[in-house]
Design a protein around this ligand. Structure first.
Ligand SMILES: *[C@@H]1O[C@H](CO)[C@@H](O)[C@H](O)[C@H]1NC(C)=O
Ligand SMILES: *[C@@H]1O[C@H](CO)[C@@H](O)[C@H](O)[C@H]1NC(C)=O
Ligand SMILES: *[C@@H]1O[C@H](CO)[C@@H](O)[C@H](O)[C@H]1NC(C)=O
Ligand SMILES: *[C@@H]1O[C@H](CO)[C@@H](O)[C@H](O)[C@H]1NC(C)=O
Ligand SMILES: *[C@@H]1O[C@H](CO)[C@@H](O)[C@H](O)[C@H]1NC(C)=O
Ligand SMILES: *[C@@H]1O[C@H](CO)[C@@H](O)[C@H](O)[C@H]1NC(C)=O
Length: 691
């Protein structure tokens, strides 16, 4: 054979050997890990596609599994990423045999039962995200006894109850902890645990205040109570603190001086009282301070020389009093300001002119004065997009000056101020308007025809004023209500604000986004006259049309049947005559219909949604009858017209109802309302609500 041949075969051998090593390491996952994973999979109520030890023996290739590259006894599993896979069933102990596991993400599934105790004995675990499941029970101690490497814990949106783990303080690497939407408490003894959601109370355990590396503490939507303790001062690395929607009470501790990295503090919807702590109103790091819905009082004494970074300030729905301080205008980055629902008096300070970044200003429900001056000042805030001033400026005159300019205004809510005057000329400059609410004032005159030029307008409420004349035809030319092909730009979505609108019924709705409102035209309770233009049929994107309590006359146009999205139609208390058109049966989304107190006659259409409307919707019309009509000669429909009605009823309603049903059902599916498990529904709805 000779040297050359020997060398070649050596090379070949070495090559073979090399190949066999690398293919064996890429083939096999560690056999203990495979066993653990199979055990885990057996406890699930659902099958994960691709998880099959016969067809695919290397579990490192299974969906959602990440392995390291160790070669000694097969590759080790370091990550399990199985979020949003509709998993059901339980997690059993065998998961805890994956002793090299570093990250575990099982969020957004339907997993239930309690967590295996041994899960927290996993030495290497750094990230646990099991949010949005149905886990119950206490989170047993021992969580951080061994595994001090945990950095991220997300237990939100489950049904955990009982105490927070006692040994949290041993989780020294923890920088993100999120327990919101559970029923955890801090101080109740374990034997008081109830699995019922929101049934416990207790204070935040002191162990939390020893987590000095914590950067985020998010425990909103629980039932924690008692004061927020001074221990919070220990968390000097905190960047986000959210304790909103709990039952915390007492005064806010003056302990924020050491939290030099705190950017976001939200404590809204609690029962805090007293004044704003000195260390809060002097924080140079805070960007977002959200304290709405408490009982905080005193003056608004922010030190804007210190609070250089403040972007969003929400002090709404408290008991703050006094004037709006001049100094607030030195918070030059202020973009969202909510002071609504307090006891603030006086005029808007002149130097608000300097708030260049201001985009959202909510001042409703206070006792402000001098609307002319307020608008004169605010027009200098070029980015102003949402302006809510409801319930202020009582009995003042609406300033009409054509020189005011609000080019970026998207929402103006100036209702219930008993304002006198008419629709002001300066409104014409607000070409981006989406939402206009001037209801419950004493405004008169005509509704100007230039309203038709507001192509983004989709919510208009002018109810309960003294507008007269005819409804301008141009209202039916509003692009957004006709075709909806104008996309709506939300004024400020990166910081959550919620605002209220008042439906004519007096009900108050709270919205996080303008686009959450239904497209609405409400001209009720004015002195409008003339006929309802058949062109209203063009408003195919309108959901709510209210024209009640006016002097409208003529007949109800049959063309209203082309307002295919209409849900509410209120034409009551007018002088409408003629018959109710049978074509309205095509409105398959119509859920409320009122034509009471008019001069209508003939038979109420039968079938479709009409069978669901109560008799009182038709009261006060002498000539109107419902079922079993006694036909007087001139009111009896001719044979041919009756045949036509039957025909309409016959197929068009069928199509309308069927497509309505299909649409509704598919919407339900898309929005997550229809889910395999009925008990999931409520939770699904809250999820949508928060997105
Ligand atoms: C877990 O997965 C979900 C969905 O993919 C993701 O939104 C979330 O950020 C993940 N959690 C962590 C801690 O990475
Ligand atoms: C924290 O860890 C130490 C050991 O590192 C242990 O002795 C102690 O009991 C733990 N604390 C809690 C509350 O579990
Ligand atoms: C603050 O942290 C220190 C050091 O970890 C600890 O000794 C102290 O008890 C903590 N204070 C509170 C109120 O938890
Ligand atoms: C306001 O903040 C500035 C800058 O931090 C500081 O010098 C001043 O003393 C503070 N004023 C009050 C009244 O706290
Ligand atoms: C005004 O808004 C625009 C667009 O959102 C933004 O780019 C700009 O920075 C804002 N101006 C100020 C002074 O914040
Ligand atoms: C009309 O507005 C006034 C306030 O201007 C209010 O007191 C009254 O209740 C409102 N009426 C209706 C029917 O909405």
């Amino acid at each position: 054979m000779g040297f050359r041949g020997f060398f070649l075969s050596f090379l070949l051998l070495a090559f073979r050997f090399e190949v066999s090593i690398s293919s064996s390491s890429s083939l096999a996952c560690n056999s203990n890990d495979l066993k653990a994973l199979t055990g885990f999979s057996n406890c699930l109520g659902s099958v994960i596609a691709g998880w099959n030890s016969v067809a695919s023996p290397d579990c490192c290739n299974w969906t959602g599994v990440t392995c390291d590259s160790s070669t000694v006894s097969g590759r080790r599993i370091v990550g399990l990423e199985l979020s949003s896979r509709k998993l059901t069933g339980k997690i059993c102990e065998s998961l805890a045999d994956l002793d090299q596991l570093r990250f575990l993400n099982l969020s957004h599934n339907f997993l239930s039962g309690s967590l295996p105790d041994d899960l927290f004995r996993l030495q290497n675990l750094e990230i646990i995200d099991i949010s949005f499941n149905d886990f119950v029970g206490p989170i047993n101690g021992g969580m951080c006894a061994l595994s001090s490497s945990i950095r991220v814990l997300n237990f939100s949106y489950n049904y955990f109850a009982g105490e927070l783990p006692k040994d949290l303080a041993n989780c020294t690497s923890l920088h993100h902890i999120s327990f919101h939407r559970n029923s955890l408490s801090g101080s109740l003894p374990l034997h008081h645990i109830s699995f019922h959601r929101n049934s416990l109370s207790g204070s935040l355990p002191d162990s939390v205040f020893q987590l000095q590396n914590l950067r985020e503490l998010l425990i909103q939507d629980n039932r924690f109570s008692g004061p927020l303790k001074n221990g919070i001062a220990n968390l000097s690395n905190l960047e986000k603190l959210d304790i909103s929607s709990n039952l915390f009470s007492g005064i806010l501790p003056d302990a924020f001086g050491s939290l030099t990295r705190l950017e976001q503090f939200s404590a809204s919807s609690n029962q805090f009282i007293g004044r704003l702590p000195i260390s809060v109103v002097n924080s140079p790091s805070l960007q977002m301070l959200i304290l709405n819905k408490n009982s905080l009082s005193g003056p608004i004494n922010l030190n804007c020389s210190a609070m250089k970074n403040l972007v969003s300030l929400d002090l709404g729905s408290n008991l703050f009093h006094g004037p709006i301080p001049d100094g607030l205008s030195f918070c030059r980055r202020l973009t969202v300001l909510n002071l609504a629902r307090n006891n603030i008096k006086g005029e808007l300070p002149n130097n608000f002119k300097n708030l260049d970044a201001l985009a959202v200003l909510l001042l409703s429900n206070n006792s402000l004065e001098n609307i002319s001056s307020a608008l004169e000042i605010l027009q200098h805030c070029k980015n102003l997009s949402m302006l809510f001033l409801t319930k202020n400026f009582y009995d003042e005159e609406m300033p009409n000056g054509g020189n005011l300019q609000f080019q970026n205004l998207r929402g103006l809510v100036l209702a219930n101020c008993r304002l006198r005057g008419s629709i002001p000329q300066w409104l014409r400059s607000c070409t981006k308007l989406q939402l206009l609410d001037l209801a419950w004032n004493n405004l008169g005159g005509r509704i100007p025809s230039w309203f038709g030029k507001f192509e983004s307008l989709f919510y208009l409420d002018l109810s309960n004023n003294s507008f007269n004349g005819e409804i301008p035809k141009s209202l039916t030319e509003i692009q957004r209500l006709k075709s909806g092909d104008i996309s709506l730009e939300e004024p400020y979505t990166s910081f959550q604000i919620s605002f209220n609108t008042r439906a004519a019924s007096g009900q108050i709705f709270s919205y996080k986004q303008i686009s959450g409102l239904r497209p609405t035209l409400d001209l009720s309770k004015n002195m409008l006259e003339g006929p309802i233009c058949p062109c209203f049929g063009d408003l195919q994107k309108l959901h709510v049309l209210k024209l009640k309590e006016n002097n409208l006359s003529g007949s109800i146009p049959g063309s209203l049947s082309t307002m295919t999205n209409l849900e509410i139609l209120d034409l009551s208390h007018n002088k409408l005559s003629g018959e109710i058109p049978y074509s309205l049966l095509k409105l398959s989304f119509l859920s409320a219909f009122d034509v009471s107190y008019n001069q209508l006659y003939g038979e109420v259409p039968k079938g479709g949604q009409f069978d669901t409307f109560p008799d009182r919707s038709f009261d006060g019309n002498n000539g109107l009858c419902r079922g079993g009509c006694t036909h007087e000669s001139e009111k009896t429909p001719t044979h041919s017209s009756r045949e036509k009605k039957m025909k309409i009823f016959g197929w068009q309603f069928g199509v309308g109802a069927a497509s309505g049903f299909v649409l509704t059902v598919s919407c339900c599916f898309m929005s997550g309302w229809v889910l395999p498990k009925p008990r999931k529904r409520k939770k699904a709805a809250t999820r949508i609500g928060r997105i």
